[in-house]
Write a protein that binds this ligand. Structure first.
Ligand code: FES
Ligand code: FE2
Length: 409
């Protein structure tokens, strides 16, 4: 007998977008939360946001409130942000600093690692050791914090091994957040990813992005002039940077292949050349902040990292832009975009938000609008799954395959 999930998956056709209820319905959204969001490794935030013991930020994964806090010894803890007494939220602010975690309801008090320290005179009646805050698996790779709600998550080690050497030169440990912007996008999280996984839409929708990048050209429309351009930029990158490990690793037009559904790989990173004359993803390609990390000159292309189900990052020589998705309902995704710069950079002196932000702010907001329009369309009774282009939407097909496999695991 087919299980419910098997029968849902059987309705999906390879090479086509998903049936409408996959993007809109409560039942499949609940399955997504259980099978994707409560099993995988989720990007939570940046370690540089909580530099001191007691610094914290909160996030919500669907209906699960979580606090991420730096402990007394410097370790980062992720805890369910709900009191073990009668379940109240504990930290009610998006971020802040505390010495202890105190529940606002009846003031049960927890250490930064979640241990219950005081329970307002109930000490005689209960064993405090049994009432610590529920802990969440936490791992950090080069200043990026990942958490997993799974009881036994998949090993993080393969992601760490791949990502650590790529991320290191960017210097996320020595970065600071110049600005973060929150969006509540009225679209299912999978539509947001599908949009991210193709640049078929870039030519018309992203006038800023296409000036700096090569990935909107695909194998079927890369003119000889473009091929020569990218070959020249790649050759220069290899000549300059091979020894330092900073040479371009994505050497052709089109988007790098991700995810790898066959091997169920949920993380990847690469260094991609920028169009000649552009040293950063800014409006005019000129540097907009001091060099970050280990970079000694600006001509290092872009570092791009992505992890399913909720993170991507584009880093240039002088700034880094992270995007985090969190599911907030069948047709709603909470998205945060961060702009990071070198930690000693001073706003107004070393960088100006009006120059730092527009490239990715415009590109991101263009995408959110696309996703919201698509959501309205797939909600229509007339919607039927449509075909993916082999040349331009291969990553969307892989994403859908990865997603369906994750549902069935
Ligand atoms: S619910 Fe937290 S102390 Fe009562
Ligand atoms: Fe886009």
């Amino acid at each position: 007998m087919q299980t419910r999930i098997e029968s849902l998956v059987a309705r999906c056709q390879p090479g086509r977008s998903l049936p409408g209820d996959f993007y809109s319905g409560e039942e499949i959204y609940r399955l997504d939360v259980a099978r994707v969001w409560r099993t995988g490794w989720l990007f939570a935030g940046h370690a540089c946001e909580i530099p001191q013991p007691g610094d914290f930020f909160t996030i919500e994964v669907d209906t699960d409130p979580i606090v991420v806090v730096r402990g007394d010894g410097g370790a980062i803890h992720a805890l369910h942000n709900i009191c073990r007494h009668r379940g109240s939220l504990i930290c009610t602010e998006p971020s802040g600093h505390v010495t202890r975690l105190v529940c606002p309801y009846h003031q049960w008090t927890y250490a930064l690692d979640g241990k219950l320290l005081a329970c307002r005179g109930m000490d005689e009646e209960l064993d405090k050791g049994k009432f610590a805050l529920h802990r969440i698996h936490t791992r950090e790779v080069e200043g990026l914090i990942f958490i997993s709600l799974a009881e036994e998550p998949a090993p993080f080690e393969p992601a760490f091994k791949t990502l650590a050497p790529l991320l290191k030169p960017q210097g996320f440990h020595r970065a600071k957040v110049a600005r973060a912007v929150d969006y509540l996008v009225e679209a299912n999280w999978k539509l947001v990813w599908e949009n991210n996984r193709e640049c078929f839409h870039c030519n018309v929708n992203h006038p800023q992005y296409i000036k700096a990048n090569f990935d909107h050209y695909n194998a079927d429309d890369t003119a000889p002039r473009v091929r020569e351009e990218i070959a020249a930029v790649v050759a220069r990158s290899e000549k300059k940077w091979a020894a330092a490990g900073l040479a371009a690793t994505h050497k052709q037009t089109g988007m790098t292949l991700f995810p790898d559904a066959r091997n169920h790989i949920w993380f990847s990173g690469n260094r991609t050349p920028l169009v000649d004359g552009w040293v950063t993803e800014s409006m005019d390609g000129r540097q907009v902040a001091p060099l970050m990390g280990d970079y000694e000159e600006p001509d290092v292309g872009t570092l791009r990292v992505r992890t399913l189900p909720n993170f991507w990052n584009h880093s240039s020589c002088d700034h880094s832009v992270s995007t985090r998705l969190l599911p907030a309902g069948p047709q709603r995704t909470a998205i945060r975009v961060w702009w990071l710069v070198e930690e000693s950079a001073v706003e107004g002196r070393d960088y100006d938000l009006a120059k730092l932000m527009p490239f990715w702010q415009l590109t991101s907001e263009q995408d959110w609008q696309i996703c919201e329009r698509q959501q309205r369309g797939v909600n229509s009774s007339a919607y039927t799954p449509g075909p993916y282009s082999t040349y331009k939407e291969y990553n969307v097909a892989s994403f859908v395959q990865w997603y369906l496999q994750t549902l069935e695991r």
